[in-house]
Design a protein around this ligand. Structure first.
Ligand code: TGC
Ligand code: FAD
Length: 387
């Protein structure tokens, strides 16, 4: 596996073990039939429970049965899962970074005790409802409302493009609390079998096909006050969760790109034209050299981010830079790998075109490439372009 400047030589034994476990899981459980799942638009059945059993959900948190592994170990896990498919990494990062993290960081003791153990094992599945039909890049303009009525809240509105909503047991829904001054955004734990909740599946995707995506309709949904995440108010609630998930995506994109590189390298050694392996021609070598260089520089960035996160010096803007750079890199390299495979490259027999299609989603969700450009632009100039 490409690790050109031997970054993995510095891993400790736990980090190696987690990397190897995830790599083996992808080889045994994902690679054999991910092409079929992608073609059929299905998520492998039983996989959430299997991933839970292996400890793939939020292992970087500690307590409630979670081991508190290093941020490097967590990143390597995301990298290996996305080498299998972005949809598999997405399932793990939504469950861990977007559902367990807000409960862990902002929830009451009762909420933590109720949800973290079963989300951690995959016995329960969660989803994260921020995006709305009319508000994607600008979630602060959300229209979903929560109105206090005695000791209940009544939620109404709709969320869309929600990973796993049709299969989720619980949704972390972000809504404006109209009973408080200035209607701040608050997080609400909404069980999806509640009266008034609907979770239609979105079927027409040409990207991220091995991942379930849906809507969340909220029609006067009454939930008890105890279901509000008590310890956060305002946009920093959902945005803090995004920072956790974007960190995992920056690592994951390296895995997808590495898988494209390894597939193209193997193909270039085997495939002969004009009497020799195509890998012997200078143009193909140039492509491999460029891919290896781009992947290596992206690897360096995420390893540095892990160190900053570990010592508490990681800023959201650092994560924006890595998400923006690494996903663009993976999107570009997937296309180059695809072209190196010639006609065979357009089939689901090989991974690059699947990764390439997935990268269109990854480039768009968790803040589009443009939005991360503007976040960096604001950080570098002190002037916000999007206000
Ligand atoms: P702004 O006024 O800048 O900030 C509001 C408060 O939040 C704080 N903050 C952050 N905190 C943690 N992490 C971040 N990344 C943060 N960004 C801002 C900020 O300090 C402030 O705190 P305070 O204490 O002063 O109140 O907020 P804004 O509304 O103007 O934000 C602008 C913008 C464009 C950066 C933000 O809206 C944005 O990131 N938009 C992109 C939307 C997005 O990424 N949506 C993702 C939806 S979830 C998803 O796609 C899941 S896919 C997952 C999968 O399947 O893997
Ligand atoms: P828009 O915001 O409408 O953007 C359209 C275009 O305009 C983009 O190119 C964008 O970069 C550009 N643009 C927008 N504003 C500006 C600006 N100020 N300056 C310059 N250009 C701008 N959301 C969730 O809440 N939970 C999930 O689990 C989830 N999962 C997803 C899974 C999939 C498969 C997909 C595709 C999306 C998912 N999303 C999820 C939604 C995702 O986060 C949004 O699609 C994303 O934030 C972009 O919003 P939008 O699609 O409404 O695009």
């Amino acid at each position: 596996m490409l690790d050109y400047v031997a970054l993995e030589a510095d891993l400790d034994s736990e980090e190696r073990m987690i990397r190897d476990t995830a790599r083996e899981f992808v080889d045994d459980r994902i690679r054999p039939d991910i092409g079929t799942h992608f073609e059929e638009g299905t998520f492998p059945e039983g996989l959430m429970a299997e991933m839970g059993e292996l400890g793939f959900f939020a292992p970087n948190l500690e307590g409630y049965g979670l081991p508190g592994v290093s941020e490097t170990a967590y990143g390597l896990l995301m990298q290996e899962l996305e080498a299998g498919d972005s949809g598999i990494r997405s399932a793990a990062s939504v469950q861990g970074a977007l559902v367990m993290y807000p409960i862990y960081a902002f929830g009451s003791d009762e909420q933590k005790e109720e949800w973290l153990p079963k989300l951690g094992t995959g016995e329960a599945v969660g989803c994260f409802g921020l995006t709305e039909p009319e508000h994607g890049s600008d979630p602060a303009s959300m229209e979903t409302r929560a109105e206090k009525d005695g000791d209940e809240y009544v939620l109404s509105g709709s969320k869309t493009w929600i990973t796993n909503s049709p299969v989720a047991d619980v949704a972390v829904v972000w809504a404006r609390d109209t009973s408080a001054d200035e209607s701040p955004v608050r997080g609400f734990l909404v069980e999806t079998d509640h009266d008034g909740v609907s979770t239609n599946k979105i079927d027409e995707k040409l990207s991220m096909r091995a991942s379930i995506t849906g809507e969340i309709g909220l029609s006067d949904v009454r939930i008890p006050e105890e279901n509000v995440l008590p310890n956060v108010s305002g946009m920093k609630g959902p945005l803090s969760c995004l920072t956790q998930a974007r960190y995992g995506i920056a690592w994951g994109a390296v895995g997808a790109a590495r898988d494209c590189f390894e597939t193209a390298r193997a193909y270039a050694s085997d495939r002969e034209q004009f009497g020799k392996p195509i890998g012997g021609f200078q143009i193909q070598q140039q492509k491999l050299a460029e891919m290896a260089t781009q992947i290596t520089t992206s690897q360096l960035l995420v390893h540095r981010l892990a160190d900053l996160k570990e010592r508490g010096d990681l800023r959201p803007q650092h994560v924006s830079m890595a998400k923006r750079n690494n996903v663009r890199m993976a999107r570009d390299q997937a296309r180059i790998a695809r072209e190196m495979l010639g006609g065979n490259g357009i089939t689901t027999d090989y991974s690059p075109m699947r990764h390439m299609a997935n990268m269109e989603t990854v480039y768009t969700y968790e803040g589009t490439h443009d939005i991360h450009t503007l976040i960096l632009g604001q950080d570098l100039t002190g002037i916000a372009a999007f206000e």
